[in-house]
Write a protein that binds this ligand. Sequence first.
Ligand code: MN
Length: 478
Amino acid sequence: MTAPLVTIGLEVHVQLNTKSKLFSSSSTEFGHQPNKMTSEIDVGLPGTLPVINKEAVIKAAMFALSIDAQLNEKSIFARKNYFYPDLPKSYQITQEAYPIIGEGVLKVDNKEIRIERAHLEEDAGKSIHDGHSSYTLIDLNRAGQPLLEIVTKPDITSAQEAIKYLKKLHHLVRYIDISDGNMQEGSFRCDANISIRMSSDEPLGTRVEIKNLNSFRFIEKAIDYEVSRQHLALMNNEKIIQETRLFQESSGKTLSMRSKENAADYRYFPEPDLPPLVITEALIQQAKDNLPTLPEKRVQELMLSTHLSMDEAEMVTTSRATEYFYSECVKKTNTQSYKTIYNLIFGELSALINKNQKSIGFQSVKPEHIALIADYLSEKKISQPMAKEIINALWHTNNGSVDKIIQEKGLRLVHDDSKLIQLIEKVVHSFPEQAQQYKDGKTKLLSFFVGQIMKETKGNADPGTLSKLLSKYLKESL
Ligand code: MN
């Protein structure tokens, strides 16, 4: 049985992280009591008029610039008509024939996934079916939230490739700070259009849409399930029906929801209450000013300026907050200890952040702390275990001081040769058996002695100096 050829197109709804909604001044904050974050406009009262939120337009423009997509000077809002309880106006304001963003490309592992378009639209409210058996509750806090819907051409050929594209897009929208990308809260949701055919000579098969996938794992499972379902149907000479399906998390299956509407069913027409959206030079400039150096370019910069490997530079750019933290450390180090800074951030500090479920921008170890600790490590004023101890102490103090912690805990490396030689003599003489074995050629025992002396100094001996003095002593005095 040959495997089918899979064709996937993705539509991603990215919720823009603006302060207010797309057409009203209501707050977009998540997690409030139902229907508290609504205005007359969001609930669709007659006589109210929508006003476009400039911040949302700038964020959409930032996305276009970040992937070098066509940013249309003029776009037009349209009404998409359908009746559903969580859509109070009975139409959604969206963009149809004239979207704000035209064609672009997102490169995934050297493959170009073409973006067909991206448009601005408002979100609908939420129907709450659980909790009451006899009726449905409506929460309109989400009604009017600004969405950027990003649509690919059918360029994706497997679930794995779909996930790679989505992760790249997710990283990008968070990095340029146009969305928080929170998938649990629905800030990044995906619809997948899937069709299969048995050979590339055949035309594309009938496509089926799976709606509202909001975790990478579910998206992968849903696509894989749908491909095998369609394949089995073809094997049994059944026809694939154009329809919308839902992914059921409990069974891992997709279930038929409704037969697919055609665009004509929505009776799209231009929104009479909004003028055409015009992108001015001034607005483009604002979008440019807000845009950080893009992750891929920043990786190259970091490799050049701070000598990180590509993997390390990619780690630094996993989020803008991490990139900012690292860059601040780099600015503050006096010894150019970039690699040490990297190791401190992704070692001890990351461990604390993960364990306590904090984020790097909201915790008490600051870039100046890490830079100073890295400097002290380079200058051999402190040891690695001491660095760890200092970071732990800083973690538990607000406005902590590295020097104060060093002083209070007595964390200074012993560099004093005479003091170390005294200790070496003492320790070597209290282990005569091991000393003899060392003399007989068991040179591995050097680390045993280092360990014993470290214990005596509570880890405060400089390991480099100690090893040097110790091997000299063992060679000469035995
Ligand atoms: Mn949409």
